[in-house]
Design a protein around this ligand. Structure first.
Ligand SMILES: *Cc1c(COP(=O)(O)O)cnc(C)c1O
Length: 500
């Protein structure tokens, strides 16, 4: 642990400052090398980091607040929106010639704005609601929470992981302002029946948003390569908006997503405009007002450098890696793919109760592979998620060998058994009855050095082995999970005090 003051009494030389950041970064999971199957999207293209860093630096101080003051940013945003729209079935000569859009700071922001636009299109509906499959991204729940829009969740089939469009239709009420489909859902990588869902939404006169944050920049290339990608974009009647994250499969640095609407009328209620104060007139298409041009310029540079040819090549490499990984999982006794991969996700579950997936995730991490554990939920099993990018292709064989070793170690260790007193404690907790003492006791019982971490130099805040924590979380109801996670992370997020 490094103890670096945020504001030293005397300024430090640039080299010393950068060395400090690099030292901090060395404790992070690797963003390159294909060993981190979540959070980062790495095309492994030489020189791309340098290009995007330079592009970011060019525009870092440019402010997206006012497109008339900084036309460079407006031009780059319009180019990004045009590229996304054309990739997703819109633009001149298509069924959606009037598509418009906005550049946002991320997928969550795009989804919040899609919900806001749908809500504000109906000022007469005082208690607005949205309808979505349970597999829709948690960001919709966040949007509902922020915007006071109720969320009606429709279950998915345990076999197909898809919702029944008839159940979506049945969930639509007079107050429903938006219906959601995912292409694909993040958790399992399964594409919802978008055509059917958009049709029931259109029949009810309700907007339909396709969350293609994950797949929007991957599926079109896979389709061009001949993969059987179902219709999910503006070619589908009834689809009124689509989100696509450029900081995922467009391989841009973090901080860029796009929200598209089929026509300008649909976008209007997305804006916030305010003239009723003595300052400048505020006209915001997105949540942030002052916005850095850095991420936008970096995304623009990425698209122009890779081009269609580059994305097609990267998609082919990724598709091959997905196929090989799927074969590895199929060949591994005790594991089962929860769905045949139809995008760029591998998601598997255990068929053998003696094979504890949370232990397996820890064993893989001990071998340098970072996969994402997903808790059992509403009849759906505990799973492991792998986001696959082009950088994974060269290391699939190595992963296969290490997976076999990790499986052997997992079987040898056996499933996690929570200590009886921890289980009793966890089951006695209620969200309302949580005190700091109880949380601290639980954190200590779980081996989490939370809180001590605030005094830099002491214990690692999070243990290498998370299986016990995940098992405990799975034991308690969602509302308590949420409270516990908030308390744990709140203990991590404490100020560092300067000692000099
Ligand atoms: C990543 C993702 C989001 C949220 O995007 P952020 O950029 O993390 O805010 C929403 N929906 C899907 C399907 C995603 O994969």
């Amino acid at each position: 642990m490094i103890d670096e003051a945020g504001l030293p009494a005397h300024g430090l030389p640039a080299e010393r400052v950068l060395a400090g950041i690099r030292a901090l970064r060395s404790g992070d999971r690797p963003t390159h090398g294909g060993r981190l199957f979540a959070y980062v999207y790495d095309p492994a293209v030489p020189g791309l980091d340098e290009l995007t860093a330079a592009a970011h630096a060019e525009s870092a101080h440019v402010n997206g607040l006012d497109p008339t003051a900084f036309p460079s940013l407006l031009a780059m945003e319009n180019a990004l929106v045009g590229a996304a729209a054309q990739l997703l079935g819109g633009g001149p000569g298509t069924a959606a010639p009037d598509v418009v859009g906005s550049v946002t700071g991320g997928g969550t922001e795009s989804l919040i704005l899609a919900v806001k636009a749908a809500r504000d299109a109906h000022p007469e509906i005082t208690e607005p609601r949205i309808v979505m499959p349970v597999t829709a991204h948690a960001a919709f729940a966040k949007a509902g929470h922020y915007l006071r829009v109720a969320v009606d969740m429709v279950p998915v089939s345990a076999e197909t992981l898809r919702p029944d469009p008839a159940a979506i239709a049945a969930a639509i009420r007079p107050e429903t302002v938006l219906v959601v489909a995912s292409a694909p859902g993040y958790a399992h990588g399964v594409i919802d029946p978008v055509t059917e869902i958009a049709a029931v939404a259109a029949d009810a006169g309700v907007r339909c948003h396709v969350d293609a944050c994950f797949g929007g920049w991957a599926l079109p290339w896979l389709r061009r390569l001949g993969e059987p990608v179902p219709a999910f974009d503006f070619a589908v009647p009834g689809v009124t908006s689509i989100s696509v994250d450029l900081h995922k499969y467009a391989y841009a640095p973090k901080g860029v997503s796009i929200l598209l609407h089929r026509d300008p009328e649909l976008r209007k209620p997305q804006y916030f405009v305010h003239a009723d104060w003595p300052g400048y007139t505020m006209i915001n298409p997105v949540i942030a007002s002052t916005r850095s041009g850095g991420p936008i310029a970096a995304a623009y540079a990425t698209l122009r450098h890779l081009g269609e040819e580059g994305y097609l090549r990267l998609a082919a490499v990724t598709r091959d890696a997905v196929r090989e990984l799927a074969d590895v999982v199929r060949a591994t006794g005790g594991l089962r793919l929860v769905a045949e991969p139809e995008s760029t996700v591998i998601c598997f579950t255990a068929t053998d109760p003696e094979l504890d997936l949370f232990v397996l995730v820890d064993e893989l991490a001990a071998r340098g592979w970072h996969t994402q554990p997903q808790l059992a939920y509403a009849g759906l099993p505990r799973t492991v998620h792998l986001t696959v990018t082009a950088s994974v292709a060269p290391v699939v064989a190595k992963f296969g060998g290490d997976l076999a070793d990790a499986i052997a170690a997992t079987r040898a260790a056996g499933p996690v058994k929570l200590p009886a007193e921890l289980l009793t404690l966890a089951r006695s907790l209620t969200p309302e009855g949580l005190t700091s003492d109880l949380v601290a006791g639980l954190a200590a019982g779980l081996g989490l050095g939370l809180g001590e971490a605030a005094d830099a130099g002491s214990a690692e805040p999070v243990p290498d082995r998370m299986a016990v924590v995940n098992t405990m979380l799975e034991e308690v109801p969602a509302a308590l999970q949420e409270r516990l996670l908030m308390e744990f992370v709140g203990l991590l997020q404490r100020p560092t005090w300067s000692h000099d």
